[in-house]
Design a protein around this ligand. Structure first.
Ligand code: CAA
Length: 258
């Protein structure tokens, strides 16, 4: 499939999606979001792909929702088309790990898109922010909900009230970013991490994702019970027997992802 706003490629068990609207710093419009939903679903359905990496350019992961496409929207158009967020649910439904590799600007919807991913790896030139207040709107794709969960209320309020940008270093210290890399190494390092993950049993990665997601949605006791049942279910898999046998026999594991 050829896209107009994305580039996709496969590197072994890793599916790479690059946002590609360079003239507008990868601003998110409906075409991009529809194509992103399609590309994610295609990798989700492709058995050989076990981990997905989402990235932008050196200058921008994404500078937010497309302001030119948004300016003249009426409430009814925004409401009926679910502008920008209409494919957010697709991203939420992806069960394989999705890693964001963020260089440059991740602002507004771009920051929100990165936060929809399971992990954010960032270049040392990355800048995160929710500048919507400057445009007379509030973050509309999860910023007011996911940012406080990621960085706490104080920083989330500060960022959303002022529209200021968080440096990569500050974002890492605040817990928004998992690891920082020099800009030139961001994508190779993220792909290396993705390959490392993809060598582990896919069903275990999926269970980890499901379980950690529930840490934000369930009361602790329910989350712990959910985790325990998934842990017990692992004993029905080939890969649990293989992983533990390989450890005890001091040899590399041969996982079958089943
Ligand atoms: N939408 C549309 N076009 C955008 C854009 C956006 N979000 N961000 C950048 N562009 C365009 C610029 O208009 C410019 O186009 P021209 O060359 O035709 O003039 C081009 O991309 C390059 O941008 P700049 O010249 O501004 O580049 P810069 O390096 O000087 O500044 C920047 C970079 C600080 C990111 C600046 O472009 C900027 O502030 N962009 C807007 C960021 C923003 O407000 N994002 C939030 C959008 S609202 C939102 O996302 C709502 C939501 O929650 C869903």
């Amino acid at each position: 499939m050829t896209y107009t706003t994305l580039l996709t490629e496969e590197q072994g068990a890793v599916g790479l999606i690059r946002l590609n609207r360079p003239a507008v710093l990868n601003a998110l419009n409906d075409t991009l979001m529809d194509e992103l939903g399609h590309a994610l679903t295609a990798f989700e359905q492709q058995a050989e792909i076990r981990v997905i990496v989402l990235t932008g350019s050196d200058k921008a992961f994404a500078a937010g929702a497309d302001i030119a496409a948004m300016r003249d929207l009426s409430f009814m158009q925004a409401y009926q088309t679910d502008f920008i967020t209409r494919n957010w649910e697709t991203l939420k439904r992806i069960r394989k790990p999705v890693l964001a590799a963020v260089a440059g600007f991740a602002l507004g919807g771009g920051c929100e898109l990165a936060m929809m991913c399971d992990v954010i790896y960032a270049a040392d030139n990355a800048k995160f922010g929710q500048p919507e207040v400057k445009l007379g709107v509030l973050p509309g794709a999860g910023g007011t909900q996911r940012l406080p969960r990621a960085v706490g209320k104080a920083k989330a309020m500060d960022l959303c009230f002022t529209g200021r940008m968080l440096t990569a270093q500050e974002a890492e210290q605040a817990g928004l970013v998992a690891r920082l890399f020099p800009a030139a190494e961001l994508l190779p390092e993220t792909l290396k991490i993705a390959q490392q993950m993809a060598a582990y049993p896919l069903q275990t990665l999926m269970m980890i994702k499901e379980s950690i997601q529930r840490a934000y949605e369930l009361p602790l006791q329910e989350g712990l019970l959910y985790e325990r049942r998934l842990f017990q279910a692992c004993f029905a898999t080939h890969d649990q027997k293989e992983g533990m046998s390989a450890f005890l026999e001091k040899r590399p594991a041969q996982f079958k992802h089943e």
